[in-house]
Design a protein around this ligand. Structure first.
Ligand code: PGA
Length: 251
């Protein structure tokens, strides 16, 4: 149970067709019943669904976002690519950038920086993912990795009110494993310290946790007051599992 304003961001990954709309409708139906709308739900969905879903779900408490974009904000000869302007034009308000699954596909810190700058120019709000992998964690490199990811990707960013950071340890994504409370708090504080030292205007940045969030671990996670919400993959692909997470947080 939590009293603070909380983000529940669904990362659908490569999931969803037009008829999956019913999943969000079920969640929306449930959300309407919660009196205290002290939360924000954002569905980050495939490009193919952005336009249709944005027309239906762009309310105060439920919004639509994309999961990646091309680094340029102009049109160009990039077969299969979609840029931030096209995403904004389709109706989305948010975008996930720097997700580890896209880092594995070639997104370097430099490319992520370009994507962040282009998305800010296109007036999208950014959910920027950072986090160490298992090997880096074992070698105690987490703080160095976080520093590099944050300072490279936020280079030349002047305003931070449209940026949310999602701390997602790579080893916890889709594995059922989450960091121990102490470790998670320590890493969130590291992120806060990097932000404070490097960017004087970043004090209001919201920090979320992502990686195997489910209805069983949500109570423990909600006890971490440093967190402003969650980026939820697998459990967001089922309306029941997603509602259970929100229910446990608010009821
Ligand atoms: P997961 O994914 O909840 O399935 O671990 C989280 C994410 O990749 O954002």
């Amino acid at each position: 149970m939590t009293n603070k304003y909380t983000y529940f961001i669904a990362n659908w990954k490569m999931f969803g067709v037009l008829s999956s709309l019913k999943l969000i409708k079920k969640v929306d139906f449930y959300l309407k019943k919660i009196k205290n709308k002290n939360f924000k739900v954002i569905y980050c969905i495939p490009y193919t669904l952005l336009n249709k879903y944005s027309k239906i779900f762009n309310s105060k408490y439920i919004s639509i976002g994309a999961q990646n974009c091309h680094e340029l904000d102009t049109f160009g000869p990039f077969t299969g690519s979609v840029n931030s302007k096209m995403i904004k034009d389709a109706g989305a308000k948010y975008i996930i950038l720097g997700h580890s699954e896209n880092r594995l596909n070639g997104d370097t810190n430099l490319i992520i920086n370009k994507k962040i700058l282009s998305s800010l120019k296109s007036k999208l709000k950014i959910i920027f993912c950072v986090g160490e992998n298992f090997e880096q964690k074992n070698k105690k490199l987490t703080s160095k990795i976080l520093y590099n990811q944050i300072t490279s990707a936020l280079k030349n960013v002047k305003k931070f009110n449209n940026i949310i950071i999602a701390y997602e340890p790579v080893w916890s994504i889709g594995t059922g494993k989450i960091p121990k409370k102490k470790e998670l708090e320590k890493n969130i504080l590291i992120i806060k310290k990097i932000l404070k030292n490097k960017y004087s205007k970043s004090s209001n940045i919201k920090i979320l946790y992502g990686g195997s969030v489910n209805s069983k671990n949500i109570n423990d996670l909600n006890s971490i007051s440093l967190l402003n919400g969650y980026l939820i993959g697998g459990s967001s692909q089922s309306s029941k599992k997603f509602i259970d997470i929100i229910k446990k947080s608010y009821m």
